[in-house]
Design a binder for this molecule. Structure first.
Ligand code: CA
Length: 396
């Protein structure tokens, strides 16, 4: 914000001398870098690399690898191992993905944007960021304390995501063999934010989102989980909270929608069975046919707050208070009335994934144009309080 103000003042002071002002502004706002852009293009026109691996071999830390999508939707057929740090791999065409047919393994500090990967992805480093990518296979991260992965607006088709910490937002995930999103337990000390995702699970024992890391705080907000498998056996869950980290933060499960399409698909819509970590659970909406919407056991004292939750088949194992509704999954203006949970239109919170400040609608876009992908900010600001707003965006 300070830079923006400086730019504005410069523009006024140097009115009529725009070119100088522009140079001055660029001096202030441009990161001076000696990084090289490595172009990848199938025919090698203009000296471009013809394979991604050739560009990777030449690259050094800080470089950008700019990949021209092949004509006719053809793929680069290579297995890729990114063994250098601080690289960016980007499509050269706004909104058009380059296609890689092969497995993709990456090292640390990688930004990957507008890629389609036909194969499995193993993110073995830390601080990797995947934006607007299409994965036709699994995405699995690991494996050390520093590992953090950020996935924004990606699609994962016929695959799952396994992630230890960081964020997964606005993604579409359809899995046939394992939870759409599964937290991995590593000895990290951070949170995993799962927000605004659409998860469709077809597995025989279906679990849409599984949180099972005692080393990570869980924040699960505004996801839509569809359990859809005509041949499944019971035993699954839309959202299963096995364990999460405590103390330090209260884990949160707000404004999720779970829709179970067939009666025998799940044991419960949202489960905190065998859960021993404090959890604040509010404004969820669960549609089930016969199975309870919410399931807890004697350890559910760890559920610190259970309010304004909706479900068609009630609750088991918890003494739900009167704010909950055990006969309906529709809670328009039925969520927590606090300002903390107001809808984007400033009306009272709607239970389910469309309600609240992190409404799933914020994350749905068919555009790959430059935009803000995720903003973190306080849900409520008091008079004279300082606060921090951080936005992550993408230009390609
Ligand atoms: Ca509302």
């Amino acid at each position: 914000m300070k830079n923006q103000g400086l730019g504005t003042r410069l523009s006024c002071a140097w009115a009529g001398r725009k070119s100088f002002c522009l140079v001055l502004a660029l001096y202030f706002f441009t990161n001076i870098s000696y990084a090289t852009d490595r172009i990848v293009q199938e025919t090698g026109v203009g000296g471009a690399y013809t394979t991604i691996n050739a560009a990777l071999t030449a690259a050094v830390a800080g470089d950008r690898i700019l990949i021209v999508p092949k004509s006719g939707g053809d793929s680069y057929d290579e297995n890729i191992t990114v063994n250098k740090q601080n690289l960016k791999m980007l499509s050269t065409i706004q909104g058009t993905r380059f296609i890689l047919r092969g497995n993709f393994t990456n090292f640390s500090n990688l930004l990957l944007s507008n890629a389609e990967i036909i194969g499995n992805t193993f993110a073995t480093g830390y601080n990797q960021h995947f934006i607007n990518c299409l994965f036709r296979g699994h995405v699995q991260t690991e494996s050390n304390d520093a590992s953090a992965t950020y996935m924004d607006h990606d699609s994962i088709l016929n695959g799952y995501v396994q992630i230890s910490r960081g964020r997964i937002s606005g993604c579409y995930i359809e899995s046939y063999d394992g939870p759409c999103i599964k937290s991995l337990a590593y000895n990290s000390f951070d949170s995993l934010i799962i927000v605004g995702n659409t998860c469709i699970i077809h597995d025989s024992v279906p679990v849409g989102i599984l949180f099972s890391s005692a080393a990570t705080w869980a924040h699960i907000w505004n996801n839509f989980v569809l359990v859809y498998n005509t041949g499944s056996t019971a035993g699954g869950y839309g959202i299963q909270l096995a364990t999460a980290k405590w103390p330090g933060q209260v884990n949160t499960c707000y404004n999720n929608t779970v829709f179970v399409a067939f009666g025998s698909d799940v044991t419960a819509g949202i489960s905190a069975q065998y859960h021993y970590s404090p959890f604040n659970m509010q404004n969820n909406a669960v549609f089930t046919l016969g199975a309870p919407g919410y399931e807890f056991d004697s350890a559910s004292a760890a559920i610190t707050t259970f309010k304004y939750n909706y479900g068609t088949y009630g609750f088991t194992g918890i003494q739900a208070d009167a704010t909950n509704n055990g006969t309906s999954a529709i809670g328009i203006d039925g969520g927590n009335p606090s300002n903390l949970f107001l809808d984007p239109d400033k009306s009272r919170n709607d239970a389910g994934c469309n309600g609240g400040p992190y409404s799933i609608n914020n994350f749905i876009s068919n555009s790959s144009n430059a935009r803000v992908l995720y903003m973190s900010m306080p849900r409520q600001v008091m008079v004279n309080q300082t606060f921090r707003v951080v936005g992550d965006g993408s230009a390609k």
